[in-house]
Design a protein around this ligand. Structure first.
Ligand code: OXD
Length: 327
């Protein structure tokens, strides 16, 4: 049996500078190949890499350079990403190569759920309309409906769905979890995904927090959207491809549903000419609901904990099974 070559970590200069001591303590003596500025990394160094951490500071500008090195590294055995979602084909190719792929799932849940709350609060108060009036120095007095006592379907019960349930409950909303099947760990009524269309007609708000995979692509179909009521707010913090975006845009344009908060679209960036940009009842954020300082910190902690486990020969947290890919 040939001995494994010593591990060599590929990561960014920014991550090393901020975590030198923690890295040394998690993996004493671990050699590093570092992505520094725009410097090229030679093939001899690429060949030595066995582990990689794709940290937030590399996103978005240095992601192509980072991924190009990672994809060329023939001896890579473990790749940890700061993201929760791994639906990009680059991740699939790693799993196909037999590389252990781990995510930082959960680290972005607090700010993403906070953004969900922001959408719901802003839509219920017509904040977009108020801001337009403010820009025109118009005192546009209106009544609005409180969210307390209103129901919200939370589709997906991973770390983000859980946090959305917690926060919406805290403001007096009545969440209903929609997931493949109830598991008994939900603090509120739970309905199976097979009843998705029926649930849409019963709730005042819908929050989509599912990963994107072959089972979930297009799950918010034109029929599901048609089942929503005219007072319903729709929020998507999963992936744009989960919903039929043209049907959604039609429903928002015609007033068939009341409004939407979208952190994700299909494609991204959303083209400037897309109808969604011009709708008065839509709030769009550029897929950055989880891009906070806290998320970077928590993702770094998840990686360092996993690094300790790797060194100790223990199983890694946040491992990706084939087919399960998404926030
Ligand atoms: C992710 C994201 O982490 O979309 O996957 O922010």
């Amino acid at each position: 049996m040939t001995a494994q070559p010593p591990d060599v970590l590929f990561c960014t200069d920014v991550f090393v500078d901020a975590h030198r001591d923690a890295l040394d303590s998690a993996a004493p003596g671990l050699d590093r190949v570092i992505l520094a500025g725009a410097d090229e990394i030679g093939q001899a160094d690429i060949d030595r890499i066995t582990l990689a951490f794709f940290s937030h500071d590399a996103w978005p500008e240095r992601a192509p350079a980072f991924m190009s090195v990672a994809l060329q590294a023939p001896n890579m055995r473990w790749f940890h990403t700061m993201s929760a979602g791994v639906d990009h084909p680059v991740f699939l190719s790693m799993v196909d190569r037999g590389i252990h792929l781990t995510t930082s799932s959960g680290s972005s849940a607090p700010p993403i759920a906070g953004t969900v709350l922001m959408y719901l609060l802003a839509l219920s108060r017509d904040l977009p309309g108020t801001l337009r009036a403010q820009q025109e120095a118009r005192w546009d007095w209106r009544r609005w409906n409180e969210l307390a006592g209103r129901s919200v379907a939370v589709i997906g019960y991973g770390p983000i769905g859980r946090e959305v349930v917690r926060l919406t409950t805290a403001i007096g909303m009545e969440p209903v979890v929609v997931r493949r099947q109830a598991r008994g760990d939900e603090p509120c009524p739970t309905r199976p995904l097979s009843e998705l269309t029926a649930v849409m007609g019963e709730v005042d708000a819908v929050v989509l927090a599912l990963p994107l995979n072959d089972d979930t692509r297009g799950i918010i179909s034109a029929d599901v959207i048609a089942a929503m009521g005219s007072q319903t707010f729709f929020v998507n913090v999963g992936r744009g491809e989960l919903a039929d975006q043209e049907a959604l845009t039609d429903a928002l344009e015609s007033g068939a549903i009341a409004g939407a908060g979208l952190d994700v679209t299909d494609p991204e960036p959303l083209p400037p000419e897309h109808r969604l940009w011009g709708l008065a009842n839509v709030i769009i954020t550029p897929h950055n609901s989880g891009s906070s300082d806290g998320t970077s910190r928590r993702a770094g902690e998840v990686f360092l904990t996993n690094l300790e486990r790797w060194v100790a020969g223990r199983s890694l947290r946040g491992g990706v099974r084939r087919g399960a890919r998404g926030r």
